[in-house]
Design a protein around this ligand. Structure first.
Ligand code: HDD
Length: 709
């Protein structure tokens, strides 16, 4: 197969040159059939007379309909809903001490990547902001072949052995009798499974936390989950956990907001990713590695082969070793995002697997699923899946074969083809780490996998108070949707009571379950060298120093203060935020000095939940008009409810009271709520500084009360 040029090598490269041979023809061409026959009329079928029957002979009609009838391929059995982007990865300095992988040892190399983000439970058309795990899959097109890091935004998994994957997926997917619910886990079969399978406990804590409702794909972490190996040129192996750290920090939505966005804009995350890249605000993440020597593998108090456990950063710090930049949107959703096939088994020399039984099953499952999904064994020839490394082998035939193999030597060894392709130099070839393996054939689990609750408790205890309240409310919501008492009881009594007594009691009360009489205290891990708290697990400790790419709605009507709006816009844009003007209609709105601004959205076409912050400039007439528009006051109320930053300058402050927030209307000094910035005197310098700090803080959680007790 001919070598392919990198999919994207720099942010200045506008088109994927490597795909050019597969691209449609340029704009000056004429319409043809699939056979290249020119077509001059495509609006009427061929008929026997003007009002006569359609003729079977009409090959153009038949081809058009046949192609349409077969446009769909099976959606992914999990992670069906996704969005992707091209970009590149570059290592900061050589990691040759740990690995021979070229993309990790050559700092001058920009390795093209294709990253697909996804939800797990819902179908292709489901909403983006549902409570769910997010997939974070990266295909590195390295010079030594493709490496696929198929991770999630949560560092652990529901189960320990891949043989249970069909069970957990069947349980969480819409129930088989009525195909409900779509895009969510709040139903009986999922929680039935959880109550019966205690190894889910740790993952459940993560999925009920705010991690499962990210603000943006650009603001979530990624994790390889399993322990992998790095192997250096001398054959020495280290164990490694892969992380992605978003440079914009890790931020979440509010559950009420997430549910409303699912209706207002089901494409919220897809749009956010697309628009950021189109605007040149390229999402960036650093690759983090937790490296552990083989000798230390046993010392962390849990089994590194158990995918329901994480390695706290407080025990082994994450080294940031390189940067991932997503700088180009796909040209065609189906050809790229839908047809990309990630396989956990795709590794390059210098990276290897471990015996994690979850990972081992994945090594089979991904390649297997593509055979059905992409119609046969030649899916690696689809442009988005082709390596940039040259491919030479004796594979042949099968459905959808593109390569035209020449010559007669389709076997190894051969002399008819001059011995080609030759075997690679062992120094450069992939070598499986020669780990010593010995044991009886058993269908059992290691005792070292037995502790299901310590890390669930660690996670819960490491959250901030607001995060804990959100988690409790999420459990109350999810279990509250379960119809069967036995399901609710088992989760509370067999799972939650083992994690935290207060958590179990508060959820029990809310879902009508008897509070466990003497809730069992969480079983402390007997292991040495564990931590009691891991601040790195809380999003509270994420960087909050930037307003880059934050979206702010400015609410205006005729008579708004042009000066105030211009000054706030300038200050926000200087910080990298986006100010979107929302007005009563798309017609230009006249300011107090006669200049006009055309809103980009109206109260009908957008909503408070689609913004990070709200700004109301002064102008007596404008504010008086906004007070008469119920949706304008609703904008303010909702943003307040969702703990967002709100800014009111000049007469804009009057909208606070009109929105029914009289308590804060009275508190002009910010003491009661630093997230609400009011400046009736329109001292814009002071106002902008405070407003920017409030937006960068992401949310003022203090505004919320606790979840019901
Ligand atoms: Fe999986 C897709 C992530 C366990 C079997 N998985 C899939 C995708 C992601 C993950 C991000 C979407 C890839 C894309 O965008 O195309 N899966 C994970 C993680 C896991 C995990 C982080 C645990 C650490 N998965 C897992 C197990 C199995 C599978 C244990 C089976 C034994 N996963 C699949 C699959 C999918 C898939 C059925 C569906 C579509 C596909 O592979 O290409 O094979």
């Amino acid at each position: 197969m001919a070598p392919r040029k990198p999919a994207s090598t720099s942010s200045t490269q506008s088109k994927n040159q490597s795909l050019e041979p597969f691209r449609e023809r340029p704009a000056d061409t004429v319409l043809t059939t699939d056979q290249g026959i020119p077509i001059s009329h495509t609006d009427d079928s061929l008929k026997a007379g003007l009002r006569g029957a359609t003729l079977l002979e009409d090959f153009h009609l038949r081809e058009k309909l046949t192609r349409f009838d077969h446009e769909r391929i099976p959606e992914r059995v999990v992670h069906a809903r996704g969005s992707a982007a091209h970009g590149y990865f570059q290592v900061y300095k050589s990691l040759e001490k740990y690995t021979q992988a070229k993309f990790l040892t050559d700092p001058s190399l920009r390795t093209p990547v294709f990253v697909r983000f996804s939800t797990v439970q819902g179908s292709r058309g489901s909403a983006d902001t549902v409570r769910d795990v997010r997939g974070f899959a990266t295909k590195f097109y390295t010079p030594e072949g493709n490496f696929d890091l198929v991770g999630n935004n949560i560092p652990v998994f529901f189960i320990q052995d891949g043989i249970k994957f069909p069970d957990v997926v069947h349980a969480v997917k819409p129930e088989p009798h009525n195909e409900m619910p779509q895009g969510g886990s709040a139903h009986d079969s999922f929680w039935d499974f959880v109550g019966l399978v205690p190894e889910t406990a740790h993952m459940i804590m993560w999925v009920m936390s705010d991690r499962a409702i990210p603000r943006s794909y650009r603001m979530m972490e990624g994790f390889g989950v399993h322990t992998f190996r790095l192997i250096n040129a001398q054959g020495k192996s280290h164990l490694v956990k892969f992380h992605w750290k978003p440079l914009l920090g890790t931020h979440a939505l509010v559950w009420d907001e997430a549910q409303k966005i699912a209706g207002k804009d089901p494409d919220f995350h897809r749009r956010d990713l697309w628009e950021a890249i189109e605007a040149g605000d390229f999402p960036e993440y650093e690759l983090g590695l937790q490296i552990v020597s083989e000798e230390d593998a046993q010392k962390y108090g849990f089994d590194l082969l158990d995918a329901t456990k994480l390695l706290p950063e407080e025990q082994v710090p994450v080294q940031r070793v390189g940067k991932l930049v997503l700088d180009r949107n796909p040209d065609n959703f189906f050809a790229e995002t839908e047809q990309v096939a990630y396989c956990v088994s795709n590794v390059v020399p210098g990276i290897d697997f471990t015996n994690d039984p979850l990972m081992q099953a994945r090594l089979f499952s991904y390649l297997d699923t593509q055979l059905t999904r992409l119609g046969g064994p030649n899916f690696a020839e689809i442009p988005i899946n082709r390596p940039v490394a040259p491919v030479h082998n004796h594979q042949q035939d099968g459905f959808h074969r593109d390569t035209i193999n020449t010559g007669r030597a389709n076997y190894h060894p051969n002399s008819l083809g001059g011995g080609c392709p030759f075997l690679a130099n062992p120094q450069q070839a992939f070598k499986h780490h020669p780990e010593r393996l010995e044991g009886n054939k058993v269908r059992q689990r290691s005792e070292s996998f037995n502790d299901h609750f310590s890390q669930a408790t660690l996670f819960y205890k490491s959250l901030s108070k607001p995060e804990q309240e959100h988690l409790i409310a999420a459990l109350q919501f999810e279990l509250g949707k379960c119809e069967r008492m036995v399901v609710r009881e088992r989760v509370v009594q067999q799972i939650l009571a083992n994690i935290d007594a207060e958590l179990a009691t508060r959820v029990a009360k809310a879902v009508g379950v008897t509070v466990p009489k003497a809730p069992k205290p969480a079983k402390a891990s007997k292991a040495k060298n564990t931590v009691d708290k891991a601040p790195s697990l809380s999003m509270e400790n994420t960087p909050k120093d930037s307003i880059r790419t934050r979206k702010v709605a400015a609410l205006i009507a005729d008579g708004f203060s042009a000066k105030e709006l211009a000054q706030v816009k300038k200050a926000l844009e200087a910080g990298g935020a986006i100010l979107e003007v929302v007005g009563p209609s798309l017609s230009p709105v006249k300011s107090d000095d006669g200049t006009e601004v055309a809103p980009v959205r109206t109260f009908l076409t957008t909503h408070s939940v689609l913004y990070d912050a709200i700004y109301v400039p002064g102008g007596e007439k404008s504010v008086a008009a906004l007070q008469l528009i119920p949706d304008a006051a609703d904008f303010v109320r909702e943003a307040y409810k969702h703990c967002k930053a709100l800014g009111f300058s000049g007469a804009g402050t009057q909208l606070v009271e009109a929105a029914g927030l009289s308590k804060i209307a009275a508190a002009q000094d910010l003491a009661s709520d630093p997230g609400v910035v009011q400046n009736a005197k329109a001292d814009m310098k002071k106002f902008n500084a405070l407003f920017i700090t409030a937006i960068a803080a992401h949310r003022n959680w203090a505004r919320q009360g606790p979840a019901p007790s």
